[in-house]
Design a binder for this molecule. Structure first.
Ligand code: URP
Ligand code: ZN
Ligand code: ZN
Ligand code: ZN
Length: 488
């Protein structure tokens, strides 16, 4: 097979512009982007006329081969990535969970799990407890292991959850390392109380999951995390923004000039909670994730926030359990493993929901599915761009073709799909990963071990002049002015 590829005559889309041009790839790298490139016959030529040539999607939020809620997600680094490639995503950032409290041991375990990777990947690191060892391990992760982001769980009381004292320590350490702090923002103590209340009321089915952790608890934790990050004066990334309540806190903070990033996920953008009330347990339980999928109205508001830039990039939180695993909670919703699919569906659903409907432009589509993620995690323009010198992670999307989603045809190992039966315009017809055509004519050609670990560097701008900036910033917090003026 040729290591040289020419993509001819397509509309090449980057976040900053689109133009009709050819793209020439050699040895995994984009060599040149310009009209009318002439090549010899040792080059594999793909005709892309009438189609969009875009950077492969980067999913900032996945859980592959994760041990969680007494079981393990059934998509591993091979099956989950194969599904991603079939849907036009060529890189993902997965969350390392510490092993027996050790970040280093957790990282080693995930490196092992990821050996079977068939596309490029990076890691965030979850921090679930605090002591001197954890603090030092965070430094080791940043300085030696290519991790520049840490996730703190404000929910999952009794397992992953951390309290405010630990969150403050974590924010301080992120700041001093130049790493990005991420939060799962739900009030875990209140969720625990809500769950008890539901069980006392005899509500044990999947709908109890949503009722026990309403949007107000997501809004509260989001506001709290934002204010603590403001107090420490360090950037904050809010993962899986599922509600108007959380989104409005992010909007307000951003309006005041605070560096807060909001990540909606596909399930929150295109689903509502109606199926959680389905009397069939298998149907209802597959929609259980945290924060929960919200009532109709939140989805449209999150779409609007994405189109106006209040929210910046879209993930999936792909975290898949089959119906046998979901049935662990048949008598008690608290035991239903949390998580939904999306790694294969994200690009198609976003194209159809946001671009086809006219809510965002094609260049914005590239920004929210790829470029913004690459920028935030310091891997742009190696990733997230169709530019000379960038990695050859490329998709060809045909806007006149259509997709249809079903568990019968998807590439994930799970037996259900929360988007079952959805169809729409726009289909990823070709995926090129690391300079190889891995998806073409509805066929996957992937081999375990071809994916690379992408190291992500800390944010150097945080290292300069911190003390001076802090002094004036902290004094500004004491000023008797309303810094959060409402919009005019
Ligand atoms: O339900 C979810 N989101 N499962 C994955 C873990 C997390 O909180 O991201
Ligand atoms: Zn989470
Ligand atoms: Zn997650
Ligand atoms: Zn497929």
């Amino acid at each position: 097979l040729s290591s040289k590829i020419l993509i001819k005559g397509g509309t090449v889309v980057n976040a900053h512009q689109q133009e009709v041009a050819d793209v020439f790839v050699e040895d995994g790298i984009i060599v040149v982007v310009k009209p009318n490139i002439k090549v010899g016959d040792d080059v594999y030529v793909i005709d892309a006329s009438g189609k969009f040539v875009m950077p492969g999607g980067i999913d900032p939020h996945t859980h592959l081969a994760m041990e969680f809620m007494s079981t393990e997600t059934i998509d591993d680094f091979f099956s989950g990535q194969a599904a991603a490639l079939a849907g036009g995503t060529t890189m993902h950032i997965d969350f390392v969970i510490p092993l027996n409290g050790s970040l280093v041991a957790g990282f080693e375990a995930y490196k092992k799990k990821a050996k079977k990777s068939c596309m490029d990947y990076g890691f965030h690191m979850a921090v679930t407890k605090w002591d001197e060892v954890v603090s030092r391990e965070m430094e080791i992760m940043v300085k030696e292991n290519g991790i520049n982001s840490f996730k703190f769980f404000m929910a999952y009381k009794g397992s992953l959850m951390i309290n405010d004292d630990l969150l403050l320590e974590g924010l301080k350490q992120c700041k001093s390392l130049g790493a990005l702090a991420m939060v799962h923002a739900e009030n875990g103590d209140a969720v625990f109380e809500g769950q008890k209340r539901m069980i006392e009321l005899g509500i044990t089915g999947p709908e109890g999951h949503a009722l026990s952790r309403p949007p107000v608890l997501e809004g509260e934790a989001t506001a709290r995390a934002i204010r603590l990050a403001s107090f420490i004066n360090t950037p904050l990334y809010v993962v899986h923004v599922m509600s108007i309540d959380a989104m409005e806190e992010i909007a307000r903070a951003r309006k005041s000039g605070q560096r807060v990033i909001g990540e909606p996920v596909v399930s929150g953008l295109v689903l509502d909670d109606s199926k959680l009330w389905d009397p069939d347990f298998t149907t209802a339980s597959k929609y259980v994730m945290s924060p929960p999928i919200r009532p109709s109205g939140h989805d449209k508001a999150l779409q609007a926030a994405l189109s106006t830039g209040v929210l910046q990039l879209v993930g999936t939180d792909h975290c898949v359990f089959n119906s046998t695993q979901k049935a662990f909670g048949i008598d008690d919703f608290r035991k239903i493993p949390n998580g939904v699919n999306g790694i294969e569906e994200r690009m198609h659903l976003l194209w159809d929901t946001m671009v086809e409907s006219g809510q965002i432009s094609v260049t914005d589509f590239v920004r929210v599915t790829s470029t913004e993620c690459a920028r935030i995690f310091n891997i742009y323009p190696r990733k997230g761009a169709i530019l000379a010198g960038s990695d050859a992670d490329i998709i060809i999307l045909n806007p006149n073709s259509s997709f249809e989603i079903s568990a019968r045809s998807h590439h994930s190992r799970t037996d259900t799909n929360v988007y079952e039966g959805r169809r729409g315009k726009g289909k990823v017809e070709v995926t090129i990963s690391g300079g190889r055509v891995v998806w073409e004519n509805d066929e996957l050609k992937v081999s375990p071990g071809s994916g690379k670990y992408i190291e992500m560097r800390p944010f150097s701008y945080l290292f300069s002049g911190i003390d001076k900036a802090d002094a004036s910033y902290i004094s500004s917090l004491n000023a008797p002015v309303n810094r959060f003026k409402s919009s005019t």
